[in-house]
Design a protein around this ligand. Structure first.
Ligand code: COI
Length: 349
């Protein structure tokens, strides 16, 4: 792979004690172009602006998909990637739905390895740090006809990070706007899903909520996701999360928590959840926990849920499932707990 290294590293001028999520980028990026029906050679370049004509299709029609993944450094200074095969699979599932050509495994996996080996120092070993990895593919063909592009660009950038959300998580049930309808692109990590969420989210933010709980597009009765996270409820001692569908993103953290919970002998139900069921559980005292899961947040407890002006306060539990499962997941990701699932892989380049 061709590699052009940066002549001025930003490592020494980056304040690692202040890393607002997604605002600081490592020195290099991987880039690969698709033209004439095939992907070309990937190369690594210094992180920086990319040439983009104003007629690039992604700017007009949002034909773009992305992934979010994380790398961690263990105590032996090795970089561990978490479930990279799942991100690769999901990127291509998203690409298929957006009529974007699939990326081949070698480009993705070797690209990751080489990029992370080169920017190794951006992945910090200290507690609480990880390297957030953002692979994405977008339509780079120059044409404003409303049709799938003939040219695409695949890029991987990385960003050192600590926490996604700081502070409380107060969410409100959204009964008007919707994240994704049946038959839409909700299961894909399509850029437009996120763009469409910003306006309702901003309205919720203005009322003091950090995030929304998205409900189904048809009846607004069933719970789908919360913000950019999959959502979970502990009712009595059962964990319940909405079953996957074409309007729900199949989170890799979600899948990992299902496995970890079951291996901790916690009963897990993946099914439709009515808002009214959560409200009833709150009223009769059986709603013990609520939390969100996602790559960026890992596991994020929800402090309050507001439904039609009524605020349900979820007190923290001494035997919190969310905290227990988060600790196990993070331990595996960081290599401090034995990975019995073969979820982690070392960067080898
Ligand atoms: C992730 O958890 O990777 C996400 O997709 C959230 C992202 C939009 C920041």
């Amino acid at each position: 792979m061709k590699v052009r290294k940066t002549s001025i590293s930003k490592l020494n001028t980056t304040d690692f004690s202040n890393l607002p999520f997604g605002t600081v980028f490592s020195d290099h990026m991987l880039i690969c172009n698709y033209k004439d029906g095939k992907w070309g050679e990937a190369k690594i370049l210094p992180y920086g602006p990319i040439p983009m004509p104003p007629g690039a299709q992604v700017l007009h029609y949002g034909q773009s998909v992305f992934e979010g993944m994380k790398a961690f450094k263990n105590n032996s200074n090795e970089i561990l990637l978490f479930r990279k095969e799942e991100n690769f699979k999901r990127l291509n599932q998203s690409a298929e739905r957006l009529s974007i050509p699939e990326i081949d495994e070698e480009t993705f996996m070797n690209g990751l390895d080489e990029l992370l080996a080169l920017d190794n120092a951006w992945c910090k070993k200290e507690e609480g740090y990880s390297l957030y990895i953002r692979p994405f593919i977008f339509a780079s063909g120059e044409c404003v006809k409303a049709s799938a592009s003939y040219e695409y660009t695949f890029i991987i950038i990385t960003s050192p990070t600590t926490k996604y959300y700081a502070g409380e998580m107060n969410v409100v049930v959204e009964e008007h706007y919707t994240r994704a309808p049946q038959g839409g692109v909700g299961y894909a990590k399509a850029a437009g899903n996120y763009a469409a969420s910003f306006y309702p989210t901003k309205q919720a933010n203005a009322k003091g909520f950090q995030q929304l709980i998205w409900t189904d597009a048809k009846e607004h009765k069933y719970i789908e996701e919360s913000g950019t996270m999959n959502i979970w409820f502990r009712i009595d001692d059962t964990l319940i999360t909405p079953a996957l569908s074409d309007s729900i993103l199949g989170g890799i953290t979600r899948d990992s928590i299902v496995t970890l919970a079951e291996d901790n002998s916690i009963k897990v139900e993946q099914r439709k959840i009515l808002i009214s069921e959560v409200v009833d559980a709150y009223k009769n005292g059986t709603l013990k926990e609520a939390f969100g899961t996602g790559t960026a947040v890992t596991v994020n407890p929800i402090n309050t849920i507001t439904f039609r002006e009524k605020r349900m306060v979820i007190e923290s539990q001494k035997d919190s499932f969310a905290i227990k499962l988060k600790q196990q997941l993070q331990g595996i990701q960081k290599g401090s707990i034995v990975d019995a699932y073969d979820w982690t892989s070392k960067v080898t380049a």
